[in-house]
Ligand binder design. Structure first.
Ligand SMILES: Nc1ncnc2c1ncn2[C@@H]1O[C@H](COP(=O)(O)OP(=O)(O)OP(=O)(O)O)[C@@H](O)[C@H]1O
Length: 808
């Protein structure tokens, strides 16, 4: 019994959410379809397009030996056993049980998807089956031999195309394709229902998935036959018991069987039927006399395309659905050409929306919105073969064009590299409306229909290739469900995501390491984090999605609250971690800047500086290796070695390399010894000078105020860092003595500088600049050393604090 629930949103546009279509439904009203009342005035078809008329050949195919005539079998088939026991005719050739993505896989997908905590299933390949129609009368008459063989296990072999020649069995020209199921020419309509995987698709539609079954193939390959049955079936009042009924009719029957068995759920079925004729979307349930096209629009809400103002019919009984099918079949565009008397001139899409509303014990309704699309594509055609002209030619061009776009989309989607790039869905109305089925959140079954005749070898090979590509496409089915359910699930997903983010941040901050260090003091990682972050450790109740419907409203609300609270606390924790990370990054940046500054300073010094004649060079740190290299007697700017060498070329000894122009002191003292001696000498000199300038009363001089301040004009103060001056004064040097020391030192450095510059060929720079840098260097490095060694009193030893020296 199908019941209608008022809580299910009304829907009247294909592919759009109920909200999207709400506005449209009002104007059109709800129409309950039943046999007869869906019938509407049909528009006059285009000149070359005719409605299906009675009196066409009965194409029903009895399963007889003649159907498999000429079809060679390479290996014994499972035959009867594969047909489910009851069908054990030896002429029924059907290959199935290929493990990849078969009907069984669909079941696995479904079992994973329903009742699990996640609303979506893992990605899965599109299910692809192949149906090979029997040779038709014309093909038999013209003695076109078969081009396909069926080795079983979902495989189909296509021979090489050597029409007119003696058919060779050249292995190179033979291609083998594998699909989920291959239906051989003897397969019945019932077999398609039982073994194509459509039953599982219907079940998934009921469970809330968006499902699509579409037939693809060249013209006359049996697409319409597979989906709806032979063309004469809908001429009069179709007999429901007719065995020639196609997949759609059989699916409807199966759908209603399932629905009737689910007494606990209210189902509302709605159906729409449209065709894409010459790139125009026509409503087959309400074509109007002008067959006015409907607009295809993008829905932001559902994230897909939908047809605006598409007529949607509520179907309470099986009869209603059948009426929709009949009405659409009568209204669709059909034409005739050399290869098919009843050729579909349009792509048709019949959609059944399944809205389910299940009441739980607590009175809460869980709503899902599944749908099943049945798509009968117009066949690709070689216009030379079909001898199309005029309107039929235009139709053929449009059909081929849209199929080509579909081919591009399939090719891109099946290519792992291209699938994340641009897919040209927008290039045709067909691909816009199939976008979701091909790459979205739906479950898709592709039935590739082919002709076995050698005459159609190229088209068959093409179809098999397409089908094979489509098999590589992966979709991620998602249940379309009620927002409340979706909210709980999305919160759970959020929490999971945040937890992962959290872990990542913890790892990034190396807190684990810290915790490990602290572990020795009895703290665990979690304790530490909880302490630091104030984490909320209250465990969340585990929710079994399957049991969600059993929860009552208050329990659900509680659950949502809990998840929201957890979510919030994780967010806060993350914010905190982000802040800590920011601080660390800032600190790191400061250190980097400080390093850069120091490096710059070092560079400045290097540019102008030569080693003090008083102090031997310090060991240098190699910027590349980071190792210490012993100091040289004369510092050479490495950047200028080349130019120094080129200068040397102009000098008298220009032919000699630099190394040979300088003699190395072989009798050198060790660096430390030399340094000690130099330091003592400097200290002695400074002390001597200091004593000479001591105030007459023997008291130490005072630090003049102006020397302590920044911006003073005293040149000595410019050259000497204030801490040094301050401490020189502290030990009793008079201001004049300092100035004299500095002046003497300066003069000395100038001379040395000039001399060394001549030697190493440094570019000339302003003397004042050179002196200034030189003095900075002296003060920072060597004077510091000499003072340290000369004045050992702790009072005058501030330079042990490195920072006081480095900040100039
Ligand atoms: N499996 C089959 N058994 C018997 N007859 C078949 C089978 N498949 C197709 N036919 C017959 O072949 C003819 C062409 O089939 P159909 O119209 O379904 O092809 P089509 O692929 O839909 O062509 P088009 O793309 O031009 O619409 C029809 O007369 C149909 O009844």
């Amino acid at each position: 019994m199908v019941r209608r629930s008022s809580s299910v949103p009304h829907l009247n546009s294909s592919g759009a959410s109920s909200a999207d279509s709400a506005g449209n439904s009002g104007s059109r009203g709800r129409v309950r379809a039943s046999r007869g009342n869906v019938k509407k005035s049909t528009a006059t078809p285009p000149a070359s397009t005719q409605r299906q008329s009675s009196g066409s050949t009965n194409n029903s195919v009895p399963r007889s030996r003649s159907l498999t005539n000429g079809m060679r079998r390479l290996s014994p088939q499972k035959g009867g056993s594969g047909s489910g026991g009851s069908r054990n005719t030896p002429y029924f050739l059907r290959s199935r049980e290929n493990e990849i993505g078969s009907a069984e896989t669909l079941e696995i997908v479904a079992s994973k998807s329903t009742g699990s905590e996640e609303p979506s299933t893992p990605e899965d390949n599109i299910n692809v089956v192949v149906r090979v129609r029997p040779l038709n009368e014309k093909e038999k008459r013209d003695r076109y031999g078969p081009t396909l063989q069926f080795p079983g296990n979902g495989q189909v072999i296509i021979e090489g195309n050597d029409v007119g020649q003696k058919r060779s069995h050249n292995r190179d020209s033979v291609r083998v394709f594998t699909y989920n199921v291959v239906f051989e020419p003897g397969a019945t309509q019932d077999d398609i229902l039982d073994y194509s995987g459509i039953k599982r698709i219907i079940e998934m539609g009921i469970e809330g998935f968006s499902c699509t079954a579409f037939c693809y193939g060249q013209t006359g390959s049996g697409k319409t036959h597979t989906l709806t049955g032979p063309p004469d079936l809908f001429m009069g009042k179709p007999n429901p018991k007719d065995p020639r009924h196609g997949l759609i009719f059989r699916s409807f029957v199966y759908l209603f069987q399932l629905i009737k068995n689910r007494k606990d759920v209210n189902y509302v079925l709605k159906a729409s039927f449209m065709e894409i004729y010459n790139e125009r979307v026509i409503d087959l349930l309400n074509p109007g006399s002008a067959r006015k096209p409907l607009a295809v629009r993008w829905s932001k809400k559902s994230g897909g395309f939908f047809v605006e103002n598409l007529f949607t019919v509520d179907c309470e009984e099986l009869d209603d659905l059948l009426a929709v099918l009949e009405e659409g079949m009568r209204n669709r565009a059909v034409g005739s050409h050399a290869m098919n008397d009843h050729s579909s001139r349009s792509h048709t899409i019949l959609t059944v929306h399944i809205l389910s509303d299940q009441q739980t014990d607590g009175g809460v309704f869980l709503s899902k919105h599944g749908k099943i699309n049945f798509v009968d594509l117009a066949g690709s055609e070689l216009t030379k073969k079909t001898m199309s002209e005029g309107k039929t030619l235009e139709e053929a061009n449009n059909i081929n064009k849209s199929l080509m776009v579909l081919g591009y989309c399939i090719a891109s989607l099946s290519d792992n590299k291209k699938r994340t790039g641009h897919i040209p869905y927008r290039d045709s109305q067909l691909t816009k409306l199939l976008a979701d089925s091909l790459a979205g959140n739906g479950v898709t079954l592709m039935i590739a229909c082919v002709s076995p005749a050698h005459y159609n070898h190229a088209e068959t090979l093409n179809t098999l290739r397409y089908a094979s590509r489509a098999k590589r496409i992966r979709t991620k089915p998602v249940i379309m469900m009620d927002p409340r359910e979706a909210l709980i699930l999305s919160l759970k997903r959020d929490i999971h995501g945040l937890q992962m983010e959290n872990d990542h941040l913890k790892a990034a901050l190396n807190l684990h390491h810290q915790a490990a260090v602290n572990a020795g003091q009895g703290e665990t990682v979690d304790n530490l984090l909880e302490l630091q972050l104030g984490g909320n450790s209250a465990p969340l109740p585990k929710v079994d999605l399957e049991r969600l419907p059993e929860l009552d409203g208050t329990e659900l609300a509680e659950l949502v609250k809990l998840y929201m609270a957890e979510n919030e606390s994780l967010r806060q924790e993350n914010n905190h971690l982000f802040t800590v990370r920011e601080t660390i990054l800032r600190d790191q940046e400061i250190v980097c800047r400080e390093n850069e500054r120091l490096l710059k300073k070092l560079e400045d010094v290097n540019k102008v500086c030569v080693r003090s004649p008083l102090i031997p060079a310090r060991p240098a740190i190699s910027p590349t290796t980071g190792k210490e290299t012993p100091g040289t007697e004369i510092w050479t700017n490495p950047e200028l070695v080349g130019s120094a060498q080129s200068n040397a070329i102009q000098s008298e000894d220009a032919t000699l390399p630099l190394g040979q122009r300088m003699s190395e002191n072989t009798d050198r003292r060790t660096d430390t010894a030399q340094k000690r001696i130099d330091q003592q000498r400097i200290a002695r000199n400074i002390l001597l000078m200091a004593n000479a300038f001591r105030r007459p009363n023997g008291e130490p001089g005072q630090v003049p105020g102006h020397l302590k301040q920044e911006g003073q004009t005293n040149p000595a103060a410019n050259l000497m860092p204030e801490p040094i001056i301050a401490h020189i004064f502290t030990i009793g040097l008079a201001e004049t003595a300092v100035l004299d020391i500095m002046a003497a030192n300066l003069q000395q450095q100038r001379v040395i500088n000039e001399q060394l510059r001549r030697e190493v060929g440094l570019p000339r720079i302003q003397v004042s600049e050179a002196c200034s840098l030189m003095m900075k260097y002296m003060m920072e490095n060597e004077t510091e050393d000499c003072l340290l060694s000369g004045f050992t009193s702790p009072k005058v030893n501030p330079f042990r604090e490195k920072s006081s020296c480095s900040i100039l």
